[in-house]
Design a protein around this ligand. Structure first.
Ligand SMILES: Nc1ncnc2c1ncn2[C@@H]1O[C@H](COP(=O)(O)OP(=O)(O)OP(=O)(O)O)[C@@H](O)[C@H]1O
Length: 262
């Protein structure tokens, strides 16, 4: 059987009395796009932050390429580079677009500033925003800000092979965007899988178009547990009551319309 790039086993996380993840098993395989879906407040962003090493689980194991990973908060021992695109584009308003995209390399790499800005321009071109490096974020639309944050996520140091992102994690990449802007972002996600050098990604979303256009394998979370696993094609045929309710947006069903965490 294929070995997952990342595998989570029995992950548990509570905030005070609020048990958000209750024994989650999840695998991400090389080259796939995994969609984590489910209603609000069910721990989707929390699991992404645990995968990214931004949050430690209370219990459970994280395996990377078959080795147990214990140093979730220890950058030095991280055996894999992941990039995360946050729900809010999380750009610094006081920096130009180019400074935002190049931020990490400007701080940490030995590349010249000229070279970094060339790389920044290449990535801006890749996300369909050539020539906007001199602008400040407040001059951009929400969709453009998202695309800038994608450019930042895929920027790496070409002279440092260890710096290449191997997994991209997207937290609700199309939230708050109109249908046309969502389509642009969804196309970009699919395009980046082919052209950015990082072919593996996980996306948290509850937008139906994003699920269908960018997803391959899906897991459905509800109240801290996985209630369904399948493929995009399976969405058409499954009679799993959680999936049916989710797709129909129905109030009736196993998921509370307004759960205590929503
Ligand atoms: N740092 C934190 N401290 C306390 N509670 C938190 C923290 N982070 C998340 N939570 C709680 O954990 C639960 C799950 O949050 P999470 O953001 O993972 O859900 P989600 O499924 O991504 O929701 P949404 O779709 O609305 O973004 C919520 O009840 C949230 O309030």
């Amino acid at each position: 059987m294929r070995q997952p790039l990342i595998e989570l086993k029995g992950i548990r996380k509570a905030f005070g009395e609020n048990v958000v993840l209750d024994g989650i098993d999840l695998a991400i395989y090389q080259g796939e796009s995994l969609i984590i879906l489910g209603p609000s407040g069910t721990g989707k962003s929390t699991i992404l932050r645990i995968i990214a090493g931004l949050l430690k689980p209370d219990d459970g194991e994280i395996w990377i390429r078959g080795d147990r990973w214990e140093g979730a908060e220890d950058e030095v021992t991280r055996p894999i580079r992941m990039s995360m695109v946050f729900q809010q584009a999380a750009l610094f308003d006081s920096l130009t677009v180019a400074e935002n995209v190049g931020f990490f390399l400007l701080q940490h790499s030995r590349l010249s500033r000229k070279r970094i800005y060339e790389l920044v321009e290449e990535k801006l071109d890749l996300v369909g925003l050539p020539g906007i490096g001199h602008l400040y974020p407040d001059a951009l639309s929400g969709g453009m800000r998202k695309r800038v944050s994608f450019a930042r996520a895929i920027l790496d140091d070409p002279e440092d092979a260890d710096d290449d992102p191997q997994i991209l994690l997207y937290d609700e990449p199309t939230a708050g965007l109109d249908p046309v802007a969502s389509t642009v972002i969804e196309d970009l996600i699919v395009e980046l899988q082919k052209s950015s050098g990082c072919e593996t990604y996980a996306i948290v979303t509850h937008q139906h178009s994003t699920i269908r256009r960018t997803g391959q394998r899906l897991v459905l979370f509800y109240q801290g547990k996985v209630h369904w696993r399948g493929t995009v094609a399976d969405l058409e045929t499954t009679d799993n009551p959680y999936v049916v309710q989710f797709l129909q947006g129905a109030i009736q069903g196993p998921m509370e319309a307004l759960g205590k965490h929503q």
